[in-house]
Write a protein that binds this ligand. Structure first.
Ligand code: KG4
Ligand code: ZN
Length: 339
C-alpha cells in the first residue's frame, strides 16, 4: 500500500501543536508551543487568552512542522484537526487554519476527536499494538475507561461524574501551594512522601462500577488542610501529595483491573496527561502483569496534548474514508464515537 502522510493540528486547550505523521505510526515532526507560562500567571487556563495565543502561534507552528518533516504541503495526503471536545475559541483557531490549508492545497480534511487522539498516541511507539484493547484516558478534562473495539470504534465503559483526574491533581496542587499545572509537581513531591500518611476516601458509585468521582477526594484534602490550619498542626506537603496521588491511582487501577477481568482484555493502555504520572504507570504495569496481559503507555511527550496523536488517529479515519466537509465546525462537547 502507498504511504499516507498527514499534517495534523491540535489547539483544543493550551498547546498550539502541529505534526506530520506517516501511516499513523511514524512521527516525522511534532511541534508543540505551550502556553503554560502565560496561564501560570492566572493559576489556570484563561480561554480568551488561549484563543488569542493560538492565533499568534499557529502559522509558525505549522510551518515548522512541515520544515522539520522536510515536506511541502503539496506532498501531504490530508490535513487533520481536532474539532472537539475542548474550548470553543481555541478549537476554532485550529479548525479554521486546517480548512484554509486543505482548501488551498486541494487536500482532504479530517476532523479528529481529541480523546480518540489520546488513545491513538499509543500506536506511535508500539508498532505492533492493534485493537481490541482496554484504555484508560486520564487528562485535565477527561477521565474515561474505554473499550477500544476496533480502529475508530469505541465503547465508553465509565467516565467521571465530576472532576477529571488531572483537574483533581491541579486543584489539590493549588491548595498545597504548588502552582499550575499541578500534576507533574505532585508527582515529584509525592516521591518524598508517605502514601499512607493521610487517610483519604475512594469514591464508589452505586450501579455504575466503572464511573469515577474525584470531587469528594479533593474536598477531603481541602478539609484536611483547613483542619490542620485551625489546630495549628504543620502540614507535611509531601505526605499529603503522596496520599492524594495514591488515592487517585488506587481508584483508577481498581476500575481498570475490574474491566480487564469482565471484558477479558488481552492488552491494556493508558493515555492523556495523567498517564505520564509515575505512580499510575508503575501500579498499572503491576496490575497488568498480575493479570498476565500486555501493558502500553505513550512517552510523556505523547501523553500531554500534541498533534502527533491527532495524526495517528486521522490515519485510520483516512483509511475508513471518513473525510470532513468544508462546513466542519468546532464542537466543544463532542462525544466519543459521534460524528
Ligand atoms: O492531556 P492533557 O495535556 O490535556 C487535556 O486534554 O486535558 O492533560 C493535562 C493534565 C493536567 O491536569 C496535568 O496536571 C496532568 O495532565 N498531568 C499530570 C502529570 N503530567 C500532566 N498529572 C499527574 N502526574 C503527572 N506526571
Ligand atoms: Zn488532551
Amino acid at each position: 500500500m502507498e504511504d499516507v502522510t498527514i499534517l495534523a493540528i491540535e489547539s483544543s486547550c493550551d498547546e498550539t501543536a502541529a505534526a506530520v505523521v506517516r501511516n499513523g505510526r511514524t512521527v516525522l515532526s511534532n511541534i508543540i508551543s505551550s502556553q503554560i507560562d502565560l496561564h501560570t500567571l492566572y493559576g489556570g487556563v484563561v480561554p480568551e487568552l488561549a484563543s488569542r495565543k493560538h492565533m499568534e502561534q499557529i502559522n509558525q507552528v505549522v510551518e515548522q512542522a512541515l520544515a522539520e518533516a522536510n515536506i511541502e504541503l503539496n506532498d501531504i495526503d490530508a490535513v487533520a484537526v481536532t474539532y472537539g471536545p475542548g474550548l470553543v475559541g481555541a478549537l476554532l483557531v485550529g479548525v479554521a487554519h486546517a480548512k484554509a490549508l486543505a482548501f488551498a492545497a486541494h487536500k482532504p480534511l479530517i476532523g479528529v476527536h481529541h480523546i480518540e487522539g489520546h488513545i491513538c498516541a499509543n500506536f506511535i511507539e508500539n508498532q505492533g499494538l492493534e485493537p481490541p484493547f482496554g484504555c484508560l484516558v486520564v487528562s485535565g478534562g477527561h477521565t474515561h475507561l474505554v473499550n477500544v473495539k476496533d480502529y475508530g470504534s469505541y465503547e465508553i465503559l465509565g467516565r467521571t461524574r465530576d472532576d477529571a483526574a488531572g483537574e483533581a491533581f491541579d486543584k489539590v496542587a493549588r491548595a498545597i501551594g504548588l502552582g499550575y499545572p499541578g500534576g507533574p509537581k505532585i508527582d515529584r513531591l509525592a516521591k518524598e512522601g508517605n502514601p499512607h500518611a493521610v487517610e483519604l476516601p475512594r469514591a464508589k458509585i452505586d450501579g455504575a462500577r466503572y464511573d469515577f468521582s474525584f470531587s469528594g477526594l479533593k474536598s477531603a484534602v481541602l478539609n484536611y488542610i483547613n483542619h490542620c490550619e485551625m489546630k495549628n498542626i504543620e502540614i507535611n506537603r509531601a505526605d499529603l501529595a503522596a496520599s492524594f496521588q495514591n488515592a487517585v491511582v488506587d481508584v483508577l487501577v481498581t476500575h481498570a483491573a475490574e474491566a480487564v477481568r469482565e471484558y477479558k482484555f488481552g492488552k491494556f493502555a493508558i493515555a492523556g496527561g495523567v498517564a505520564s504520572n509515575s505512580a499510575l504507570r508503575s501500579a498499572m504495569a503491576e496490575a497488568c502483569a498480575d493479570s498476565g496481559i500486555e501493558f502500553f503507555h505513550p512517552s510523556p511527550v505523547f501523553c500531554t496534548d500534541n498533534a502527533a496523536m491527532i495524526g495517528a488517529a486521522a490515519y485510520y479515519e483516512y483509511l475508513a474514508g471518513n473525510f470532513a466537509g468544508w462546513d466542519l465546525n468546532a464542537v466543544p462537547n463532542l462525544r466519543l464515537g459521534e460524528r
